[in-house]
Design a protein around this ligand. Structure first.
Ligand SMILES: Nc1ncnc2c1ncn2[C@@H]1O[C@H](COP(=O)(O)OP(=O)(O)OP(=O)(O)O)[C@@H](O)[C@H]1O
Length: 241
């Protein structure tokens, strides 16, 4: 479970990026995080993962405060950033072994998992290459593989499906469902409303740093007395005019 309590964030000289955000993301569900460009999705995710400091409020992951207990909190989540341009000077296999080392994954289990996951995502043949030479989708897949390798309870994924080929996107969606069905937390941001409609148990919609809606799609339709698609309600909700 992720608990965001009264969180605010300001960047110097700009309007408030996140404004008193309260959101509890439960276990056992896939929760989609939606909002127009600049709404505050990545900023929220970066505060959840300890990349950005929180100005006001607090965030806990399975009870561990990300700022007060960063090591405990960081052990239990995996994060896929929206821009997977990291560790570019490492070869794919070096990156995965690095993840294996920091999370103490025994070498035999690690080897087997790397084999299976990279075959699934079709990047096995590129493991000896530098990440620098990977395409955007391949970079995403190596980071997703790293997350799956250490098998954290909580998955936090920032636009994980953007840039993935159809088979890899399908596999990742299946894995997300399986992970949630086991009682874990899956939270992901997306601009793909159809994917969210198809995959998520609940959605959170943010706009101008404020939460506009949180609940199931059925609840959303009831609240807004609409039998229309998520796209329709989303556009209505986030229309500033
Ligand atoms: N490092 C930063 N410095 C200054 N302003 C920032 C920084 N990061 C984000 N912002 C601002 O915070 C607001 C929220 O941005 P954020 O990246 O969280 O939006 P987003 O919902 O993830 O958008 P997108 O869908 O385009 O990825 C925007 O106004 C953005 O300009």
């Amino acid at each position: 479970m992720i608990e965001i309590k009264d969180v605010s964030k300001d960047f110097a000289g700009k309007k408030r990026a996140i404004d008193s955000l309260n959101l509890t993301i439960p276990d056992g569900k896939i929760v989609g995080f939606l909002g127009p460009n600049g709404a505050g999705k990545s900023t929220t995710i970066k505060m959840m993962t300890g990349i950005l400091p929180i100005d006001d409020g607090s965030i806990t992951l399975n009870g561990h405060d990300i700022e007060k207990q960063p090591l405990q909190a960081k052990k239990i989540f995996g994060y896929v950033p929206d821009q997977p341009d990291m560790f570019l000077r490492l070869r794919g296999i070096e990156y995965l072994n690095f993840i294996g080392d920091i999370f103490d994954i025994p070498v035999d289990i690690r080897k087997e998992q790397i084999e299976t996951l990279t075959e699934t995502f079709n990047i096995h043949d590129a493991l000896g290459d530098y990440i620098q030479t990977y395409s955007h989708g391949m970079r995403q897949k190596i980071i997703v593989t790293g997350v799956l390798l250490h098998d954290p309870d909580i998955w936090i994924l920032d636009e994980p499906l953007t840039g993935l080929d159809p088979k890899s996107a399908y596999m990742l969606k299946e894995m997300m469902r399986e992970h949630a069905n086991k009682g874990n937390t899956v939270f992901f941001s997306s601009h793909g409303l159809e994917v969210v409609e198809q995959l998520c148990d609940e959605v959170a919609i943010i706009h101008n740093g404020k939460l506009l809606f949180y609940g199931t799609l059925d609840e959303m339709r009831k609240t807004y007395q609409s039998d229309q698609s998520l796209e329709h309600v989303f556009l209505e909700l986030t229309n500033d005019e």
